[in-house]
Design a protein around this ligand. Structure first.
Ligand code: NDP
Length: 483
């Protein structure tokens, strides 16, 4: 098979197979063709991975931050050198067009490795003087971290979790989504090639049960999940049993608010980035597009014109800018939501149909006249479905934007500077945008409020989620005791 890896898992610096694990197929979403067949991790494989991580973590943490950083930065260089091959693999794993994967996946992973590699040497505790006595803090790793990934950004998620974990001196066991299991194996290979000790970054395959077994293992100190809210609730609860640290990057139903005074062309571009990149399979997507009445018709007209430039087709063709859904199941889910939108009275402006053939393609879809109570305005669709909702006033739109259990992202387009900052201060969301949307540079914190998660990925904030402080009180005089 075209993309069959050496073996299903990567543990302790080497590929390893255990054919006793349940077999599952990896399908290229553009053609429905099986490109690899892997085995889910057995208890023996999980055990091996956690043992390797536990052993390697001590050796890795004993190195200086500068030494660890050098390894991560070398890995970043290798990823960039191999960007083409890694991007092609990402396209096979996810179906996302090469036009995207070549600029947004291995490159984003490399950014994380480079950024946290750069920070590794400057991680410190602090010194607190108390008269003659003093306290110092040691910034220590957490130990063994488990990463569990969703299927939309398999390389990026593997790196966004792995890079800060390793920078802080932890070891990682990563479980990709079974839909997209191939890319994380390459990340592990590259880290070893860059000089990371065997066992510092391990990949085990499997479905939810493998993730669940990892989360409850006593050797595990931290769990970082990218996934849906229902899975997040389960994983958070399971991690709490062992008082484990968690980062939860979960789903969203984010608002994008476009005022009459916004630059029309930029607002349309923002709405496109907020809904159709990666065929809509982006957690931070601004799928509830609130458009003020004065600009609504012009916005819809221009959006429809711009959508005529969607080029759907072979994702490996560099001219193609719109790929299939990751799986037949996800395509069916999206189709179900589109039917629900029509049934509940939303106006279908464009798209709405699946494309006949073996791939899991569905058209970029826009609904207008959507109301807050409709299913398509309330539930995360995770597909290329944009809903336009009308509004009149700032006060009204802010309340409606926040009227959701989710709180991942939010955006506003307006020419009014003070209104933009007022809106952002009012948004109940962890990742906000003014006059742009969906950019996620490694330097900026990324994560959600409310049901969209806890903790932050990227930026210096991630260091707090992959390390812990030990306070050390140093007595410099006699010890006074009451008796
Ligand atoms: P899921 O929640 O279905 O799965 C996420 C991961 O968790 C998968 O690897 C899955 O394994 C695993 N898993 C499932 N059940 C358990 C369990 N009980 N214990 C441990 N692990 C488990 O999400 P999807 O893969 O369908 O991804 C889409 C979701 O991810 C969307 O809701 C989206 O919003 C969210 N997401 C959030 C992002 C963020 O940063 N906030 C970014 C990207 C996506 P398997 O799939 O193999 O069953």
């Amino acid at each position: 098979m075209q993309h069959q890896p050496t073996a299903s898992h990567f543990i302790d610096g080497a590929y390893i197979e255990d054919a006793a694990g349940e077999a599952f197929d990896v399908v290229y979403p553009a053609t429905g063709e099986v490109i690899a067949r892997l085995h889910a991790a057995t208890p023996a494989i999980i055990d091996k991975a956690l043992d390797a991580a536990k052993r390697a973590q001590k050796e890795w943490a004993a190195m200086t931050g500068t030494e660890r950083g050098r390894v991560l930065r070398r890995a970043a260089d290798i990823m960039r050198e191999r960007n083409h091959d890694l991007s092609v693999l990402e396209t096979y794993d996810t179906g996302k067009p090469y036009q995207e994967t070549s600029v947004a996946d291995a490159t984003s992973g490399a950014d994380a490795l480079e950024y946290f590699g750069g920070l590794a040497g400057s991680l410190t505790g602090e010194h607190i003087q108390l008269g003659d006595d003093f306290v110092y803090t040691r910034r220590e790793p957490l130990g063994v971290c488990v990463g569990i990934g969703a299927w939309n950004y398999p390389t990026q998620i593997a790196c966004w979790k792995g890079a800060p974990a390793l920078a802080c001196g932890n070891a990682m066991v990563f479980k990709p989504s079974e839909n997209t299991p191939l890319c994380a194996l390459k990340v592990a290979e590259i880290l070893m090639e860059a000089g990371a000790p065997a066992g510092t970054y391990n990949v085990v395959q499997g479905l939810g049960a493998v993730g669940a077994a990892l989360v409850t293992d006593p050797r595990v100190n931290k769990v970082s999940l990218t996934g849906s809210v229902p899975t997040g609730k389960k994983v958070y609860a399971a991690a709490a049993e062992g008082m484990r640290h968690v980062t939860m990057e979960l789903g969203g139903k984010s608002p994008l608010v476009i005022f009459d005074d916004a630059d029309l062309e930029n607002a349309v571009s923002g709405a496109i980035l907020a809904n159709f990149y990666s065929t809509g399979q982006v957690c931070s997507n601004g799928t509830r597009v609130f458009v003020q009445s004065g600009i609504k018709e012009a916005f819809l007209k221009r959006l429809s014109e711009r959508l005529a430039d969607v080029k759907m087709g072979d994702p490996l063709d560099p001219e193609v800018n719109f790929g299939p859904m990751v799986s037949e199941r996800q395509r069916d889910i999206v189709e179900g939501y589109i039917a629900k939108g029509v049934e509940e009275g939303a106006r279908l402006v464009t798209g709405g149909k699946r494309v006949d053939g073996d791939g899991f393609f569905i058209e970029a879809t826009v609904f207008a006249d959507v109301t807050d109570d409709m299913t398509i305005a309330r539930e995360e669709i995770f597909g290329p479905v944009l809903s336009v909702l009308d509004f009149e006033t700032e006060e009204d739109v802010l309340a409606r934007a926040n009227a959701t259990e989710f709180g991942l992202a939010a955006g506003v387009f307006t020419a009014d500077l003070t209104r933009a900052h007022r809106m952002v201060a009012g948004f109940e969301a962890g990742t906000c945008y003014i006059n742009t949307y969906n950019l996620a540079p490694v330097e900026a914190p990324f994560g959600g409020m409310k049901m969209s998660g806890v903790g932050r990925e990227n930026s210096k904030a991630a260091i707090e989620h992959y390390s812990q402080l030990k306070g050390v009180y140093v007595g410099m005089g006699d010890v006074e005791a009451p008796f």
